[in-house]
Write a protein that binds this ligand. Structure first.
Ligand code: IPD
Ligand code: CA
Ligand code: CA
Length: 266
């Protein structure tokens, strides 16, 4: 599969940061048993991965702007191009030695998502997409799952935790969704959740609130795999609302409807 020059730059950056995260993940598993735990070590691993990605991308395209989770907004001379980066998505998993985490890099051109890469170093799975060029896992073309009924569907989500709001509204949504579907999963990396929807491993996904760096690459992957992504009102304001609902056409529609429902009596 031939990748464009820009996608190659993104893949190289993600794989280099992935090698760094993999080394640190090995160390985290050793630190797990110590009393202090690996907390500080993980923050360092996260920052190191972000530095690697920043260095690789700015070496290839010095003028482009950035939105990165740790460094925030970094304006460049070229404000028509913006990299959106989460150097480590699934930090809690990483910290606990759970091998479900990823690197997410997207490129926006004039506010439109044009390329995306999600890499899970622990499984060596590389997800890539370019606008109009399809979505791939390693070299395999991706297509969202074909199931059309919620009753057959496995749906991913994110569970709000300590320090986050939305606990009450999440429970209402979960109450409604769990009554309709074959299974609900909480993997702990929103970027991978979206990649798995693109790959047909999960039939749908919803979560709120998420940040642009959690979802930018995944949104493009799902679109390019023939799926649908929106905010909870069915619009395209995912970055501002922080809401993401995804699936194939039928599951996306059914999920949107279920999420709007008041608490079900069942
Ligand atoms: C988190 C993960 C998680 C989601 C959280 C995110 P982080 O990102 O994507 O799955 O539920 O809302 O903040 O903190 O691990 O980069
Ligand atoms: Ca994240
Ligand atoms: Ca992160």
């Amino acid at each position: 599969m031939a990748r464009s020059a820009i996608l190659n730059v993104m893949v190289q950056a993600a794989m280099k940061a992935g090698r760094s995260l993999s080394r640190d993940f090995g160390e985290v598993q050793n630190l797990q048993v110590s009393l202090k735990g690996p907390g500080d070590y993980v923050s360092q691993a996260d920052r190191k991965a972000e530095e690697i990605i920043h260095a690789e991308l700015s070496r290839a395209r010095p003028a482009y702007s950035f939105l990165m989770e740790e460094r925030g907004e970094i304006p460049g001379e070229d404000d028509q191009h913006r990299w959106i980066v989460d150097p480590l998505d699934g930090t809690t998993n990483f910290l606990h030695g759970l091998p479900i985490f990823s690197i997410s890099i997207a490129l926006e051109r004039q506010g439109q998502l044009v390329a995306g890469v999600i890499y899970n170093p622990a499984m060596d799975e590389l997800y890539t997409a370019e606008r109009g060029g399809g979505a791939f896992m390693n070299d395999r073309r991706l297509r969202v799952a074909g199931r059309s009924k919620l009753s057959d569907a496995v749906i991913g989500t994110g569970v709000p935790h300590l320090g986050r709001g939305h606990h009450g509204s999440f429970l209402v949504e979960m109450r409604n969704v769990m009554a309709e579907v074959s299974g609900v999963r909480r993997l702990g990396s929103a970027a991978l959740d979206l990649a798995y929807v693109a790959a047909g491993r999960m039939d749908g996904f919803w979560e709120e609130p998420l940040e642009p760096w959690d979802v930018a690459a995944g949104i493009l992957l799902i679109r390019e795999a023939g799926g649908f992504v929106s905010d909870k009102s069915g619009g395209q304001d995912m970055f501002d609302t922080g809401q993401v609902v995804a699936g194939n056409e039928a599951i996306h529609k059914a999920l949107l409807k279920t999420l709007k429902r008041p608490v079900s009596a069942r």
